[in-house]
Design a protein around this ligand. Structure first.
Ligand code: CMP
Length: 147
């Protein structure tokens, strides 16, 4: 059964011209890119998206990073999309990914634990919540982006 997840190419990945290569890997891995949108997050929106991390020591740095340039947000669909996307992007710490998961996307374009180039939803529930955060979907699918 098909599942959806939310993928984000973060500012360093997007400005570093990794988008075409990332999309090629996405398609080769069997994902369908249902929707995509380039958006410049402001502090309010980034803080809302990462609300669960608001008490963490790295929060302000994370918000600065995520608002440092435009991001590409994608709805990705395939069987087991949440788990498969996390497989493809590799470990959160891109520095480690280079050593342990050299074929992963984070190994290609990420830098470290914070500047890890990509986001992937961590569960089916967060995927649907995160998709709804960025995309307004209607039954006719003639949706208008919310932000
Ligand atoms: P992501 O999986 O998108 O969700 C939370 C983000 O916070 C994570 O990617 C990293 O970009 C960042 N992050 C997670 N842990 C740390 C950390 N310990 N120090 C700095 N940034 C972090």
């Amino acid at each position: 059964e098909k599942e959806r997840t939310l993928g984000i190419i973060k500012p360093d990945g997007f400005s570093g011209n990794y988008t075409d290569r990332i999309k090629q890997m996405v398609v080769e891995y069997g994902f369908n890119i249902n929707r995509e949108m380039v958006i410049q997050l402001d502090e309010e929106l980034a803080a809302k998206f990462y609300a669960e991390h608001s008490s963490k020591s790295f929060f302000s740095s994370l918000i600065k990073y995520m608002t440092s340039g435009p991001v590409l947000v994608m709805i990705l669909e395939k069987e087991n999309a949440v788990a498969h996307w996390r497989d493809l992007i590799g470990p959160t710490d891109a520095g480690k990914a280079k050593l342990t998961h050299p074929q992963s996307i984070r190994a290609m374009c990420g830098v470290d634990l914070e500047k890890n180039c990509l986001h992937g939803s961590d569960s089916h529930q967060s995927a649907e919540r995160e998709i709804a955060f960025f995309f307004k979907e209607t039954p006719s699918d003639e949706a208008v982006e919310k932000h």
